[in-house]
Design a protein around this ligand. Structure first.
Ligand code: S3P
Length: 181
């Protein structure tokens, strides 16, 4: 059973773009959690937040994490807040290698500024300082990753190559039997 590759990280770190290319390169199926939630609920993420609040969104996200945690051979782009719930991390880690994508607050701000309407939590984040604060509050949650990759100024193909190399290393390490004592 092939492990899933689970991309985590703050909004605007490139999880969907990188995930799609990674899946293509590895001939795996790509799943974007937020798009799946939109498909199942028939609402965009913004509509979900607006009509039913963040709590409803988080419970949809939790159901999706449980479901995908039972799958294999997927590349999964998570929403930036999936790691906030320990249950989600446990579910997705059972059969997944966690890759954290990182970017500087300045780059994040530039990347998300034209797509803020899709990201309700960024409605009030108007400066780089706001993003810095949100990043600092999330840092401990992203620390659950097996691999961390900085996407700032990186070309997509290079980035994907680096992730593939690191995933192979983690896989090899996991397959090595523990030394006898
Ligand atoms: C969220 C990130 C969003 C989306 C939702 C909440 C978060 O996904 O799941 O708006 O809490 O960081 P992206 O990281 O794909 O923007």
């Amino acid at each position: 059973m092939g492990k899933n590759i689970v991309l985590i990280g703050f909004m605007g770190t490139g999880k969907s773009t990188v995930g799609m290319r990674l899946a293509e390169r590895l001939h795996l199926q790509f799943v974007d959690m937020d798009r799946e939630i939109e498909r199942i609920t028939g609402m965009t993420i913004s509509q979900l937040f607006r009509k039913h609040g963040e709590t409803r969104f988080r419970s949809e996200e939790q159901l999706m994490a449980q479901k995908l945690g039972r799958c294999s051979n997927l590349v999964i782009a998570t929403g930036g807040g999936v790691v906030l719930q320990p249950d989600n991390v446990a579910a997705l880690k059972k059969n997944g290698i966690f890759v954290a994508l990182e970017a500087s607050p300045e780059v994040i701000m530039a990347r998300v500024s034209h797509k803020k309407s899709n990201r309700p939590l960024l409605n009030k984040a108007t400066t780089v300082e706001d993003v810095k604060k949100m990043l600092a509050a999330r840092e401990e949650f992203y620390a659950c990753a097996d691999i961390r990759v900085d996407t700032t100024g990186q070309e997509l193909n290079k980035l994907v190559n680096e992730i593939i190399a690191q995933v192979k290393r983690v896989n090899t390490r996991r397959k090595t039997p523990p030394e006898q004592c």
